[in-house]
Each structure stands twice: as structure tokens, then as C-alpha cells.
Design a protein around this ligand. Structure first.
Ligand SMILES: [Zn+2]
Length: 428
């Protein structure tokens, strides 16, 4: 992919160690070609952004979401997970059409872009429509077709076909994972088939694990072991696994995850609080060196797609749940939204600002009153920023938002279409 060069001049940027440096950043062919404190020359017809009033940060990564669920935002508040799913979500999902999924995905991506998210990991259905939205929008995504046992062989065939068609598509911005929804919807034998398919395709796996106490108790009553012990037995952790939630883990389960070959635990603080699922003890997981990331989950259980807000909540919750204000450092926390998921999702160096890294960069305007002074930029990004300060977004070397206006699609039209479609989904 040959593109024009883009030069960001006079940027204060976060280096791979998350220290604040100043320099000029040259972007070419989708990657960060050069970073230098000295002037960099480019041809006159190449683009240049003066960033002297902006902070350049790695684009944030939302490592677990269900984009089309923005259609259900505000519906079904007040239920715990099992009732929320069966009384509210599943009946509405049964009405969804491919057109609805595309319209909702575009809206969700617009929301994500405004909040600084350059890359996300999604699990849903009508996934071809989500891939189309990702392609049009210019963001990066790991997409997956959510599988439940009732899909049977047809589900596996559809997931394989989706993988073969879309993995590494759209200039490699789209990757594809296999997504068994959870062990309570994909019992042992079906999950085993998915692991076999993942080995055959060499694909990664995206799954929900141990979100609520109820699902763990139900599993124990049937199998006389904890869910992660069953998953371990059937070889799930021989594969690269991205697991959302992991709210309630036994010490043995934590040990198994810490020994997994390539594992990413995605913390979803807002969703876990909203559905009263609990608080994942991430300080304990961090101590055991389990790689951590952050996700919003779907907008129906959050109710937004804003990783800056998840960063703030995750930091505060980690402190208060341990009654210790220094359980994870600011850098540890910020890595949960950048280099940790970047390392799992790829390509190499995703989630950092460094030469040869993918050019996924956001420029943030920290000149607003609530972001002053700049004694500690990382602290401002964790605790003070709301997401709306993101001014410019570059993904794979392409500018997809500038001066807070999305350039890759017409957001006004997307909102209009989305509101029209949303009319058919009524509160229960
Ligand atoms: Zn989820």
C-alpha cells in the first residue's frame, strides 16, 4: 500500500516507555517511518500536521465489544446478566437484520473514533456487515462470529468461511478470530470442535470467561470442576485466547491462566458494575503476570464505548478493591489500553509510538480547562480526560479524523440512518 507521507511536527508524544518526549513523526506506507527531534524534510505535496498544542498518543484499543449493541443503548437497565440476556437482549437480537447491524456498527465506530479508539476486538453476528463498516471507516479491528452450540456444524462452517474471506483483509486492518460465546453456551464438546478448528486455521480465540458467579456455580454442578479447568482440559489455552471479564477466578484458575501460552485478559469494569457481576481483581492478576487489557463490552451494558472512561474506572476500582492507592502504576494501567492488547492483536508493535510501528496515533488537545496544568500527562490521560479531547486520528497511516471531524465517512448521514432504524427497538 503506497500512500503519501504525513509529517507530524513539534509533537509531544508518549514513547514506548510512556515517557513524554518531543519530536517530529514521519508516517509513510502505514507505518511510523521516522521519529526525530531534528527537522524532517518531506516533499511539498505531502501532508503536514502541526501538533505543538497537541499530545500524540498511541491509539487506544477496545479489546472486547459488540458494536451493533449500540441499538439497545438505554434498554433493559436494572437486570442482572442472565435476566438481561433472556428478557431483553435475545428477543431484540432476534429482530436484527444485516442492514440494522451495518447501520449500528457505523454509529458505534463513529462513537469509538471520537473517544480515541483506533482498534477494537468485536464478537457478534452478521459479521460481514461489521467488516464492511470497519472497511469504510478506516479503523482497525479483530472481528469474530459469536458461536453458540445451537449453531451446530453450520456455525463452524460460517466462522471458517468468514475467516477465510476476511482475515488480513482491508490492507490487513481486519483480522478474524473464532468466538465461542462462553462455556455455558458452548458446552465441552462444541468448544473442543472450535479449538480444533482454531488449530486448523491458526486463528486466535475470543471468548467470555467467568463473568458471573451463577455461571460458575452452574458449571460446577454439572462438571464438578471450575470452567477454566474444563477449558484447560480440552486444550483451549494451547491456542492464543482473548478472554473478556474473568471476574471470579479460583486460585487454581489464576495459575492456569498465568501458565497459558498466549493469553489476554480483558477487564470490563463498567459492564461488570452495571450488571452487578462483580469486580475483577486485576491487581492480583497483574501480580501473577497475566497480560491485561480493557474493554467496554457492548453499549447495552455500559452504556458507551469510551476506553478513556474505562481507564479511569479501572484505575479507581483497582485501588479501592485493594484499599491501596498504588496497586498498578499509571503506566501499567495505560498499557492495558495500548501495548498489551496491541501485542496480542498485532501487527508487531501495535499500541506504541516507535519507528516501524503501525501508524495508529491519536492527537489529543489537552488545552481544555479540566486538562490543565500538564504536570503529569499520563495522569491527565488516566483521570482527567473524557475522550472528547481527541482532535485527530490516524490509523494505518490514514487520517480518519481531523479537528474532531471524521473524514472517512459522513457522520451526519450515519446518525440519521441509525436513528431511523433504532425506532423499531422498544423498551421492554
Ligand atoms: Zn461481551
Amino acid at each position: 500500500m503506497a500512500t503519501k507521507a504525513l509529517l507530524i511536527v513539534n509533537a509531544r508524544y508518549l514513547d514506548p516507555a510512556l515517557n513524554l518526549c518531543t519530536g517530529n513523526i514521519l508516517i509513510k506506507n502505514g507505518i511510523i517511518e521516522k521519529i526525530s527531534p531534528d527537522p524532517i524534510c518531506i516533499d511539498r505535496d505531502h501532508a503536514c500536521i502541526n501538533a505543538d498544542k497537541l499530545i500524540a498518543s498511541p491509539g487506544l484499543i477496545n479489546a472486547h465489544t459488540h458494536l451493533p449493541m449500540v441499538l439497545f443503548r438505554g434498554l433493559g437497565d436494572g437486570y442482572p446478566l442472565d435476566q438481561w440476556l433472556h428478557k431483553v437482549i435475545f428477543p431484540m437480537e432476534a429482530q436484527l437484520t444485516p442492514e440494522d447491524v451495518y447501520a449500528a456498527s457505523m454509529l458505534a465506530i463513529a462513537e469509538s473514533i471520537h473517544a480515541g479508539c483506533t482498534c477494537l476486538a468485536d464478537m457478534y453476528f452478521f459479521v460481514e456487515e461489521i467488516a464492511r463498516a470497519v472497511d469504510v471507516s478506516g479503523i482497525r479491528a479483530a472481528l469474530s462470529l459469536g458461536l453458540v452450540a445451537m449453531n451446530g456444524e453450520k456455525g463452524l462452517q460460517d466462522a471458517e468461511a468468514f475467516y477465510k474471506t476476511y482475515h488480513q483483509s482491508s490492507n490487513s486492518r481486519i483480522s478474524v478470530h473464532l468466538a465461542p460465546h462462553a462455556i455455558y453456551t458452548c458446552p465441552r464438546e462444541y468448544l473442543k470442535e472450535i479449538v480444533t478448528l482454531s488449530t486448523y486455521l491458526d486463528s486466535k480465540i475470543h471468548i467470555h470467561i467467568n463473568e458471573t458467579k451463577k455461571e460458575i456455580d452452574d458449571h460446577f454442578a454439572t462438571y464438578h470442576q471450575h470452567p477454566i479447568e474444563t477449558m484447560h482440559e480440552i486444550g483451549l489455552f494451547e491456542r492464543p485466547v482473548l478472554a473478556a471479564h474473568c471476574v471470579h477466578l479460583s486460585d487454581h484458575e489464576i495459575k492456569l491462566l498465568s501458565e497459558a501460552k498466549n493469553f489476554l485478559l480483558v477487564h470490563n469494569p463498567s459492564s461488570n458494575m452495571k450488571l452487578a457481576s462483580g469486580i475483577a481483581p486485576i491487581a492480583k492478576y497483574h501480580e501473577k503476570k497475566i497480560p491485561l487489557a480493557l474493554g467496554t463490552d457492548g453499549a447495552a451494558s455500559n452504556n458507551n464505548l469510551n476506553i478513556f472512561l474505562e481507564l479511569r474506572l479501572a484505575s479507581l476500582l483497582a485501588n479501592v478493591s485493594q484499599m491501596d492507592a498504588g496497586t498498578l502504576s499509571s503506566k501499567d494501567m495505560f498499557r492495558m489500553a495500548s501495548s498489551n492488547p496491541g501485542r496480542f492483536l498485532g501487527p508487531e508493535k501495535l499500541g506504541i509510538i516507535e519507528e516501524k510501528a503501525p501508524a495508529d496515533v491519536i492527537l489529543i488537545d489537552l488545552d481544555e480547562s479540566h486538562c490543565l496544568p500538564h504536570h503529569n500527562i499520563l495522569s491527565n490521560l488516566l483521570y482527567a480526560v473524557k475522550g472528547s479531547e481527541v482532535d485527530t486520528m490516524i490509523v494505518n497511516g490514514q487520517v480518519i479524523m481531523k479537528n474532531k471531524v471524521i473524514c472517512s465517512f459522513d457522520e451526519t448521514e450515519i446518525k440519521r440512518n441509525f436513528l431511523r432504524i433504532s425506532q423499531k427497538f422498544k423498551p421492554v
